[in-house]
Design a protein around this ligand. Structure first.
Ligand code: ARG
Length: 460
């Protein structure tokens, strides 16, 4: 079969070589973006007098037909035409005749593919931004219902101090807020037009790059044509921001998985987000949370893959860059899917308030309260720490908790102890006494909830 670039060649490559070099299997995802880019390009060519109006109209008409066919999944592509760009050009020529061949005037596949990627990512970053917001919404709702739900807070996965469940959930809200800011900020660099950079050096035609950029809704153009065709920083940024986002989701998954184990029993996931075992009838496995935790691996992989592809590339375009696509598509799908699952999983999970409340009564997570109690009565905190540490040891020896230790023992440990020490030990009181900004105190958590929902409201 004759290639669209076949003029200089004496023989056609063998079919398996064609197939190895082709990207159509995956870059057909860019079909709409590619047509959109072509429409802008041809309108620009007409406006600049490079194409006659009637030719341009014919090409526009043809592209619109392809657009409709693409929507209905009626286009058939072939590896013989390598990629989405050449496939569409061939289909256009089939549709409107040799005039279709004028579309590629003053353009190269190199600026064309870069344009497609910018358009694709711009669309999907918007989808991801609203996915993040949906999850933030679900977290806010759960947090609102659980301001006064007390559970153990952990460090080193050891019980540390009692906290409000809302405070715990809001920690993820703020992580996601940063993810959203990073994604939004990156739109500045995504929303730039490489179109008109040509193969690498620009073109001899009197094109108007600003006009095609404007038609495509880009905020500006690449200042340098070599950079325009070979820059993939905007994808790397996206992959990097996505990796951080997935890392956040994965940490949360890990907690949900722990929390729905028999050992914790802090929550129960809705049946929709769990599966059974083919052998063990009692099982309810948190598959979706595990899967999102697992999928975090591929997003890191996609980032490393593209960083590695880029590191040795001389300017400008190299075929290596064709390898930028699958990882990007994969990350887009992974992130969009994970966010969607996560919102539903969060909105439907049931909190076992009783079990959480019971846990903080059966541990030493109130020990700091006692040290603070002594410190407030004038004992240097370091000494108070030592006194309470010894009391904890005494309790462990007796297999009891601090709230069950006799008052005489406290008095022996320090004369500063009075009967009200038992109130100080109450986990609910422990949380409510925390008054510092950003802390878990119920009052501060309510303030945080207000700030958080105001942020969501303004974004809407
Ligand atoms: N399929 C190619 C890619 O994805 C399009 C650009 C090809 N350009 C070229 N000169 N071979 O990178």
């Amino acid at each position: 079969m004759k290639k669209l670039w076949g003029g200089r060649f004496q023989k056609s490559p063998e079919q398996w070589v064609d197939e190895f070099g082709a990207s159509i299997d995956f870059d057909q995802k860019l079909v709409q973006e590619d047509i959109q880019g072509s429409l802008a390009h041809v309108k620009m060519l007409a406006k600049c007098g490079i194409l006659e109006e009637k030719d341009a109209d014919k090409i526009i008409e043809g592209l619109q037909i392809l657009q409709q066919k693409a929507e209905k999944n009626e286009l058939s592509f072939s590896a013989a035409y390598e990629d989405i760009h050449l496939n569409l050009e061939k289909l256009l020529i089939d549709e409107i005749g040799p005039i279709g061949g004028k579309l590629h005037t003053g353009r190269s596949r190199n600026d064309q593919v870069a344009t497609d990627m910018h358009l694709y990512l711009r669309n999907h970053v918007e989808v991801i931004l609203s996915g993040i917001e949906e999850l933030q919404d679900a977290l806010l709702q759960k947090a609102e219902e659980n301001v006064e739900t007390v559970l153990p807070g952990y460090t080193h996965l050891q019980r540390a101090q009692p906290i409000s469940l809302a405070h715990h959930l809001l920690a993820y809200f703020w992580m996601l807020q940063r993810d959203k800011e990073r994604m939004k900020e990156s739109l500045k660099r995504i929303n730039v037009s490489p179109l008109g950079s040509g193969a690498l050096a620009g073109t001899t035609f009197p094109i108007d790059r600003h006009y095609s950029a404007e038609l495509l809704g880009f905020e500006g153009i690449y200042e340098n044509s070599l950079d325009g065709v070979s820059d993939r920083d905007f994808i790397l940024e996206f992959l990097s921001h996505s990796s951080i986002l997935m890392m956040h989701l994965s940490r949360f998954c890990e907690e949900l998985i722990l929390w729905c184990s028999e050992e914790f029993k802090f929550i129960e996931l809705d049946d929709t987000y769990a599966t059974g075992s083919s052998m063990m009838p009692q099982k309810k496995n948190p598959d979706m949370a595990e899967l999102i935790r697992g999928k975090t691996g591929r997003t890191y992989g996609n980032l490393f893959s593209l960083l590695t592809i880029m590191k040795g590339l001389p300017l400008a375009y190299n075929k290596d860059l064709q390898e930028d696509k699958e990882g990007m598509f994969d990350t887009v799908e992974t992130v969009e899917g994970s966010l969607k699952i996560f919102s539903g999983m969060t909105a439907t999970l049931k909190v076992n308030k009783a079990k959480m409340g019971q846990s903080v009564k059966e541990d030493f997570s109130n020990a700091t309260e006692l040290a603070d109690y002594l410190a407030k009565k004038g004992m240097p905190f370091r000494e108070a720490h030592e006194v309470v540490g010894k009391l904890v040891y005494q309790c462990i020896e007796k297999s009891i908790y601090l709230s069950s230790l006799d008052f005489e023992e406290y008095q022996k440990a320090s004369p500063l102890f009075e009967k009200d020490l038992y109130e100080a030990l109450d986990p609910y009181q422990a949380v409510s006494r925390r008054i510092s900004d950003g802390g878990t105190g119920f009052g501060k958590v309510k303030e945080a909830l207000q700030k958080a929902s105001a942020l969501i409201q303004t974004a809407k």
